[in-house]
Design a protein around this ligand. Structure first.
Ligand SMILES: C[S@@+](CC[C@H](N)C(=O)[O-])C[C@H]1O[C@@H](n2cnc3c(N)ncnc32)[C@H](O)[C@@H]1O
Length: 512
């Protein structure tokens, strides 16, 4: 693979790494290791590895993460469909560990799809606090929603917005914000060669101003004393140290927390790079800050290339956005690296930056959301018949869809925002009836329902259920909903009717 790396890229890395360059290059002859992260909303690490056909080979920076072996196929296992884990690149598990999420926190994941880090945050919140997940891209936001539902997340709202529009609504609101920024993806070349072609069109000079702008917007949404983790999966300092230096210059109340680097150095992590074009213009104080960021290099750790900076707010007030200073800093970063665009094959300077892509004005194409004063009767009757304990909370109806609002989401905040999920999607209001969603089933535990049937992971019944086929109960069952589980972990609903179990597993998720 090393031979297929773009020359411009290898030249630059040589400049950044010096003597280490040869071992960096040699790492591209090794296969990337895949990883899996246990969904601690549903199962503990210990329990999962008692029942799953994979070995626990811990990832040093993530206690719920494990390396996979080459012949492991976790995506084809029924436990995947029960949301017991998320398949995730090992280095990508780092940023959320640095976010220091505490139960009860209000957390924003600003660039969230496909949701690997969002589900990791949800595991830390343990159904407390609030998780707001945002993804600007309309197709990617659907994948994000699916992953949140599979993971059984209850206290999350999902938006498809630009960061600045979100910031207008959530000023000074969040304890923790993750900015896992869109980037040129150099750290992923070994894992996915298609990223190289994308890099050839949109490199660091395309992404850096966008990343800085996203960070400025994130700062507007942070509470005093809160924390932002900025991460990318690219090596180029223009998208990393330079963005951090420009951010810190405009926001005096932040510092880069040094603990992360101290904790991770024994595992092979490195600090920031010191030389990049223009580094000499950065003040010594800021250079000291960028020294404290965390870099994962593929020749030093078992994982792909990653960058993370813990931006800790230290003041008692987050300063009002320095609109002018922020704009100037973004402009300055937008200046292309000398020679870069000319050397880049097919580089299109006129390409529309992703940040300028418009998200919809209102909840376009969707009915307006309505907070309800009480649970509709049909849903209340379903809960009464099906659940051991009622679900309490505030309910929101969006068209025919019924949601339970996260406890800490301000009611009506979705007005004017493109809202994909105002909370936990529990089911559909139909004329005179309520149909529960698969998302409801997946976020429940077996003990929370009155009736369930559980089959072993290797059973024919589980395969039939996931394929959308009907099941035959061994004992006659009364009419009504039954939670279908694999080894005690919910997969979805079936309806007992006339001696058979009709399959209500979400059609789009069925095994084909
Ligand atoms: C690195 S990916 C996020 C990966 C995700 N955090 C995860 O762990 O699964 C960056 C995301 O930012 C989104 N994005 C692109 N432009 C954006 C913008 N201007 N504002 C916010 N997000 C943007 C991309 O669509 C992409 O899904």
């Amino acid at each position: 693979m090393a031979a297929r790396l773009p020359e411009l890229f290898t030249q630059r890395v040589k400049g950044w790494l010096g003597q280490e360059f040869e071992s960096f290059l040699a790492s591209y002859e090794e296969s990337p290791r895949a990883g899996l992260r246990v969904n601690s909303l549903k199962i503990s690490v210990e329990e999962l590895f008692k029942i799953a056909p994979f070995d626990y080979d811990p990832i040093p920076w993530c206690p719920t993460g494990t390396y996979l072996q080459e012949d492991d196929r976790p995506g084809k296992h029924p436990y995947y469909h029960a949301g017991l884990y998320y398949i995730q690149e090992p280095s990508a598990m780092l940023p959320v560990e640095l976010l220091d999420v505490q139960p009860g926190d209000k957390v924003l994941d600003l660039c969230a799809a496909p949701g690997g880090k969002t589900t990791q945050i949800a595991g830390k919140l343990q159904h407390t606090g609030l998780l707001v997940a945002n993804e600007i891209h309309p197709d990617r936001v659907k994948v994000l929603v699916r992953n949140l539902e599979l993971a059984g997340v209850r206290q999350a709202a999902v938006f498809q917005e630009t960061p600045d529009r979100l910031a207008d609504k959530f000023a000074g609101f969040f304890d923790r914000i993750l900015v896992d920024a869109p980037c040129s993806g150099e750290g992923m070349f070994r894992k996915d060669e298609a990223v190289i072609r994308s890099w050839e069109r949109f490199g660091a000079e395309h992404y850096a101003p966008l990343q800085l702008q996203i960070l400025h917007d994130a700062a507007r949404m942070l509470k005093p004393g809160g924390r932002i983790v900025y991460s990318t999966c690219t090596f180029n300092p223009k998208e990393n140290e330079e963005v951090i230096a420009a951010f810190l210059e405009a926001h005096k109340g932040f510092t880069v927390a040094s603990q992360a680097l101290a904790d991770l150095s024994p595992h092979g992590a490195c600090g920031g790079l010191r030389d990049w074009p223009g580094a000499e213009e950065v003040s010594p104080n800021l250079r000291e800050e960028t020294d404290k960021v965390v870099r994962l290099w593929p020749h030093r750790v078992c994982g792909e290339g990653h960058f993370a900076a813990v931006l800790q707010h230290t003041g008692s007030v987050v300063e009002a956005p320095h609109a002018a200073a922020a704009a100037v800093s973004v402009e300055r970063l937008a200046a292309a690296e000398p020679g870069a665009s000319l050397e880049r094959k097919g580089h299109r300077k006129s390409a529309e930056p992703r940040g300028k892509r418009k998200a919809g004005k209102e909840t376009a194409g969707r009915a307006a959301a309505e907070a309800l004063t009480k649970l509709p009767d049909e849903a209340a009757a379903f809960f009464e018949q099906t659940l051991a304990e009622p679900i309490r909370g505030t309910w929101v109806q969006f068209g025919a869809n019924l949601y339970r609002m996260p406890d800490l989401l301000p009611e009506g905040i979705w007005e004017g925002l493109k809202t994909v999920r105002p909370g936990w999607f529990v089911g559909y209001m139909k004329p005179n009836r309520f149909d529960p969603s698969t998302a409801l089933a997946l976020a429940l535990t077996r003990s929370e329902v009155r009736r369930s049937l559980s089959f072993g992971a290797g059973s024919a019944e589980v395969v039939r259920y996931l394929k959308g086929e009907t099941l035959l109960p061994e004992q006659p069952m009364d009419k009504g909903y039954v939670l279908i589980c694999v080894d005690g972990y919910p997969l979805g609903w079936a309806r007992s009717q006339n001696g058979i179990l009709k399959n209500d597993y979400l059609a789009a998720w069925r095994w084909t």
